[in-house]
Structure formats: C-alpha cells, structure tokens
Design a protein. Structure first.
Length: 292
C-alpha cells in the first residue's frame, strides 16, 4: 500500500493560524505531480506545534484534498502513549489511511518500553502503522529485533520510515522482518542507495517543492532503473542537502515561499531562516532549475 514518493507535507501558517486554502492547494499539487502518498502532521508539518484540534483539522483537509486518489498517512506520534492514542483516534476519525508513529522522544524508553508503547497504539486502531525511527530527534533507536517482535505481535505494524542514516539497516531489517515489511527512507539524500538495497520509497521533504521529479525518481527506482534514477537524484542533490542548512522545516518553508506556494512562517521555538541560510536555499533552487 505504501511505496514510492510520499511527501512529508509542510503546514502553511499565516497570521498565526493554519492557512487552509494554501495547504489544500499544496496537497492538490502533490496529487497532480504524481506523488504516491502524503504525510500530514509529521516533523516537516510541525506537528509538535499543532493543537489537537489543529492536528485533526489538518488531517481532514488532507483527506478532502486527496479525495481517495493517494494514501494519507497521518503523523500521530508523541512521547506519551495515551496522548498518541488520542491523536491516532482523531486521525482515524478524520479519514486517514495509515499512521506514522514516531519513537517517543525525550523520554528515551528501553526497547521493552518501545515495544509496549507501539503495542498499545496498535491495539487502539485498525489502521496500518509505520514506525518512524529517527534517533537524531528522538534520542532513542528501535532495533530490527524490536521491530520484528512488534510485527509478529501486531500485524498492523507493517513498516518503517528509517531516518537513522544507516544504510546497512535496510539489509538488517529485511533479514529480521522479510520482504513484505515496508522500508521507506526518511532522508532524501539516502533515497537512491536505500532503494538499491531494497527499500520501497522515501518520505520526502524535497517533494514539497518538486513532486513530479521525485515521483519519477521513485518510479524508476521501483522499476529497477537505478541509472535513470541516479540522474534525477544528482540533479536534486543541492536541494536534498541545503534544505537542512537549518532545522527542518524552516528551510523548506522558505523555499516554498520563494516558489509562491505559501508564507515562510514557522511557530516558535523554530525561528525564521537566517539571512546567510536564505541565500543558500535560494542558490539551491536556482541550481535545480526550480527558481529562475
């Protein structure tokens, strides 16, 4: 169900509120650009800075704009199990097709704690769940063994968004969980090699700006044409790198503003992009031909 270029959607703000019109325009652009799925309310969507009502509303807006054409995988993870379950239930009620659940950040649970957390979440919903493993933000790393244990205990836990940056994990997770377990890269810069090693797609930040190119890239990867995919990957590498010149999603929202897609506003504690970083992002857009 989940594969290819899946866009980690930004959440546009204006005047301190979610810009619903611009957001649905962004989602429609993803569908028209051939994206294979979208993730609202993830890291790139500033989920920790959304109220529960805003979170549910953003998922609802996504489902409305997609209109059943591609999967909507709602980010719903927090560092507290009961709060996560509450967001999961709201996301399911809003019409999400699946869930992206991050490993609990800051708390630093043990592998047993991770197992119990995800088991409780899976028991609260019938939707398919992707584990979001991102040690750089959460300060905890779920092992392939714990994933395998979860997959056996909870059949609805079907895959992982892997943002460890460790490409050897693809083989390790395949060995522990088999080919049916969906492995998605969580980093655009690793997406090509991730696919070569058996991954099925990427949850992409860059796709906010270049959905057509990223969907074509993933179609080539899924078809085994890694030579053709490499050409697209190389052309987009400046963006893959420079959209992280400061903390995501600050650079990508600024880039989207340059393309006239939305305002660059972010919510505290994130701050607007610094002047030097703005020049870096602008140059990357020009290198890739997205900005004249």
């Amino acid at each position: 169900m989940f594969k290819g270029s899946i866009t980690a959607l930004i959440t546009p703000f204006e005047g301190g509120k979610v810009d619903e019109v611009r957001f649905q325009d962004l989602v429609a652009r993803q569908v028209a650009g051939g994206s294979h799925g979208v993730v609202p309310c993830g890291t790139t969507g500033e989920a920790p800075c959304l109220t529960p009502d805003e979170h549910e509303r953003v998922v609802t807006l996504t489902v409305e704009a997609v209109a059943g054409r591609i999967p909507v995988i709602a980010g719903a993870g927090t560092n507290y199990t009961e709060k996560t379950i509450a967001l999961v239930r709201r996301s399911e009620a809003a019409g999400a097709d699946g869930l992206l659940i991050v490993t609990p950040y800051y708390n630093r649970p043990s592998q047993e704690g991770l197992f119990q957390h995800f088991k409780a979440v899976a028991g609260a919903t019938g939707l398919p769940i992707l584990i979001y493993n991102i040690p750089g933000r959460s300060a905890v790393d779920m092992t392939p063994e714990t994933m395998a244990r979860l997959n056996e205990a909870c059949p609805t836990i079907i895959g992982v968004k892997d943002a460890t940056g460790d490409l050897d994990r693809v083989e390790a997770q395949k060995k522990a969980l088999g080919d049916e377990f969906v492995q998605l890269s969580g980093d655009d810069i690793t997406a090509l090699e991730f696919a070569r090693r058996g991954g099925k797609g990427c949850v992409s930040v860059t796709a906010n700006l270049a959905p057509e190119a990223l969907s074509k890239f993933q179609n080539l990867c899924l078809g085994g044409d890694f030579e053709g995919a490499a050409k697209i990957h190389e052309s987009l590498t400046p963006l893959h790198q420079d959209l992280f010149v400061e903390t995501n999603p600050v650079p990508v929202k600024y880039a989207a503003s340059l393309l006239g897609l939305c305002c660059p506003d972010v919510r505290l504690p994130l701050a607007p992009l610094q002047a030097a970083s703005r020049e870096v992002v602008k140059a990357a857009l020009k290198k890739t031909g997205l900005l004249k």
